[in-house]
Design a protein around this ligand. Structure first.
Ligand SMILES: Nc1nc2c(c(=O)[nH]1)N[C@@H](CN(C=O)c1ccc(C(=O)N[C@@H](CCC(=O)O)C(=O)O)cc1)CN2
Length: 289
């Protein structure tokens, strides 16, 4: 048996095509959505992601505002750019590319952002809204995963989902999204303190692997027919991505999100969704006033 592919590239393309029409409608109403990015330092991976985000914006008609600081930028210099983006009327939503260089307090930076311009869904206010069930931007990778599963008809309701990892962009927020009433999954969160990871994994209908440990998930850990989403990014000596999921898992699983080509493109598409939805909310608030 070989697993079916959860095709993030094709799914993201369909989402972008829908967004193009919504951006055109906003522009006709006099609102041009603009995505701001702040990149600190010269990590080639982060630069690639940020450039990709601006390429996506150009494709759907969203304006781009790019800010960059060197790797030795101080906390104060970073916060000054955040304040400028908060005030900039052309920037309707923005992100601070993570991780920030060592020594920078990322939480302080995130807290300083205008929550109404949070395009990543990672501002404490957005995460609080998610906990309370109030509408707001959703974290891009977790919600991108939901959209990818839905698009391929993988049942989330009632599924046993194991999330491996507890990082800020995926592991922490993923269970919050999966346990909303609209998803209704049962979630187990595993991490470096988990005693018998394999025992948890073997019970899972859906596995989200975001540990950053190359080939952590092996075929013997996976229930036949399960959906396995590989979100781990490690690099080999040639800079090629090595995911958390061993390639032989495809012989056991029912569905596999490849890496690259699975969740990554969905993260980018969800970012655009957040920017457009924020602009739509602002346009409705403006016309009601
Ligand atoms: N502020 C944020 N920082 C980071 C986030 C985030 O959501 N917000 N997530 C990751 C990086 N990321 C987006 O920023 C991201 C990761 C991967 C991809 C992607 O399309 N990957 C490709 C492969 C790329 C390659 O070959 O290197 C794929 O999976 O097909 C897009 C965005 C951490 N930081």
């Amino acid at each position: 048996m070989s697993a079916q592919i959860l095709d993030g590239k094709a799914t993201a393309a369909a989402i972008k095509s829908d967004l193009t029409a919504r951006v055109a409608a906003l522009t006709e109403r006099g609102v041009t959505p603009g995505l701001g990015t702040l990149l600190v330092g010269d990590d080639p991976g982060s630069r690639w992601y940020v450039n990709g985000k601006h390429r996506d914006c150009a494709q759907v008609g969203i304006a781009s505002i790019q800010r960059e600081l060197p790797a030795d930028a101080t906390q104060e210099e970073i916060e000054a750019v955040v304040r400028e983006l908060n005030e900039n009327p052309e920037c309707t939503g923005y992100i601070v590319q993570l991780p920030l260089p060592k020594g920078i307090d990322a939480n302080r930076v995130l807290e300083l952002m205008d929550p109404d311009k949070d395009a990543d869904g990672l501002h404490p206010m957005s995460l609080g809204r998610l906990v309370l069930g109030i509408e707001g931007p959703l974290p891009c990778t977790p919600y991108g995963i939901i959209q990818l599963l839905r698009h391929h008809g993988v049942e989330i309701k009632g599924a046993n989902v194991v999330v491996v990892g507890r990082g800020i962009t995926i592991g922490r927020p993923m269970p919050l999204v999966l346990t909303r009433k609209s998803e209704n999954a049962t979630v187990t969160q595993c991490h470096t303190g988990t005693r018998d990871l394999s025992a948890h994994l073997r019970q899972a209908d859906i596995i989200v692997a975001a540990a950053g440990v190359p080939h952590l998930i092996r075929p013997e850990d996976v229930k036949p027919g399960a959906a396995v989403l590989d979100v781990g990014v490690s690099r080999d000596e040639n800079g090629k991505i090595v995911g958390d999921v061993h390639p032989d898992v495809a012989e056991v699983a029912g569905w596999v999100a490849p890496n690259p080509g699975g969740v990554g493109p969905m993260t980018r598409a969800q970012l655009l969704v957040n920017v457009v939805e924020a602009a739509e909310r602002a346009a409705s608030a403006g016309s009601a006033a």
